[in-house]
Design a protein around this ligand. Structure first.
Ligand code: GLY
Length: 396
């Protein structure tokens, strides 16, 4: 470790506090320099800060990137991938507050590009399934890999779960057009090689309605009244109980209001409409489900593209305004960046200002009211920086 370079972040954790770390928590120190790491190790081993649990330490690379859930069905040998998804673990808006099992999720996950998908299947899922089989313990069931995806679209496993994932299941199920029971049966029979899962091409987003106070102490037994469900908007139950024909809250994460939409934004609008129709006084939800991620995914996607091409912006690019839906994505081969601005968030005046700002510097290959697409094989970091800066000012 002492030959390790400064500047790389390490994660130092006490061995006894669980083998799978979940972000920074008890017994986990994110060391930003060798000095911090050394102090943490001394503190754990000599200072006995974590008691017996800290008598052995583990040093790991601190992983940076975007998390996604990669969930598949396995029949011991064959693998049937589910639609891609991502959840938000933090309880409060803006990814703040304590960690939870998930306060919302959506599918598909924009961060899971074709390359990420290929990497996840070939480097993570297939070897895991093969290894379990060769060790005489073939795995049958849902396999959930929590992945960290870096800017080069490499994937690393944060955790494995033997479940479908909550709340990822809800948006995934809204998109599943095949019969889940049949797929499970094929999984159990070892015949998943013949299985095909059909997916609705629309996006889906679920907002978890939790009991106020969750994940700390919370009240149970509140009366809940639910709106009608439809094939494109459903409230899933998680922590409820039926008593004398009344639905009562009976857990921390109680409901998940989930809707399909033509894109993630539309699914988000529809899911929140559904949340607003639920009558339950003790509920708590994030009000930005999917939103930051939609924005950040786009931005990160662009940023990672930029990184791969050595533009290396120093700070992450985020637009923290109410018009935060500025998505930047690489687009086809000849186009270096796409700025996509869903029209409900932008008026024509602002749109024409943005078009001008961008077309002054680049060839606009497409300028619909939803997006501005630039062709720029020789795009420079300073041009991008200035565009991002001006965009930020304009949309404030
Ligand atoms: N949503 C995270 C999980 O199911 O583990």
């Amino acid at each position: 470790f002492f030959q390790a370079e400064d500047g790389i972040r390490y994660l130092v954790r006490s061995r006894g506090l669980g083998d799978v770390y979940k972000r920074q928590g008890k017994g986990v120190i994110i060391a930003t320099s060798i000095e911090v790491a050394t102090n943490a190790i001394n503190d754990m081993l000599e200072g006995n800060r974590f008691g017996e649990a800290g008598s052995r330490v583990v040093i790991e690379e601190f992983l940076v990137g975007e998390e996604a859930s990669f969930i598949v069905m396995v029949d011991g040998n064959n693998i049937l991938p589910m639609a891609t998804s991502q959840d938000h673990k933090a309880r409060d808006n803006g990814d703040k507050g304590p960690n939870t099992g998930g306060m919302g999720a959506y599918s598909p996950a924009p961060v899971v590009t074709d390359l990420v998908y290929k990497n996840a299947m070939e480097k993570v899922i297939r070897p895991t399934v093969d290894a379990m089989k060769s060790e005489g313990m073939p795995y049958t069931g849902f396999l959930y890999a929590g992945l960290m995806i870096d800017q080069n679209e490499n994937v690393k496993v944060l955790e494995y779960n033997c479940r479908f994932g909550d709340p990822e299941t809800q948006p995934i199920m809204m998109r599943l057009q095949s019969n889940l029971a049949n797929l499970c049966l094929m999984g159990a029979n070892g015949s998943l090689s013949n299985a095909i899962a059909e997916w609705d091409s629309r996006s889906s987003l679920g907002v978890v309605m939790a009991a106020k106070g969750y994940p700390h102490s919370y009240q149970k037994g509140d009366v809940i009244s639910l709106p009608e469900s439809s094939s494109s908007a459903k409230v899933f139950h998680a922590g409820t109980v039926l008593e004398k024909e009344q639905i009562l809250s009976n857990g921390g994460r109680v409901l998940c209001a989930t809707a399909l939409g033509k894109d993630l934004k539309d699914a988000q609008d529809r899911a929140y409409k559904l949340v607003n129709k639920v009558k339950w006084r003790g509920s708590y939800s994030r009000t930005d489900g999917g939103e930051a991620s939609m924005c950040l995914n786009g931005i990160r996607c662009a940023a990672s593209y930029v990184w791969r091409n050595n533009f290396a912006p120093k700070k992450s690019i985020t637009f923290k305004t109410k018009n935060r839906h500025v998505l930047c994505e690489p687009f086809k081969n000849q186009v270096k960046a796409l700025l996509e601005i869903p029209s409900p968030y932008i008026d024509t005046k602002l749109h024409s200002k943005l078009s001008k700002l961008i077309s002054d510097k680049f060839d606009l290959v497409d300028a619909g009211n939803m997006h501005l697409c630039i062709k720029s094989p020789s795009i420079k970091k300073k041009d991008l920086d200035s565009i991002y800066k001006n965009l930020e000012k304009l949309i404030k």
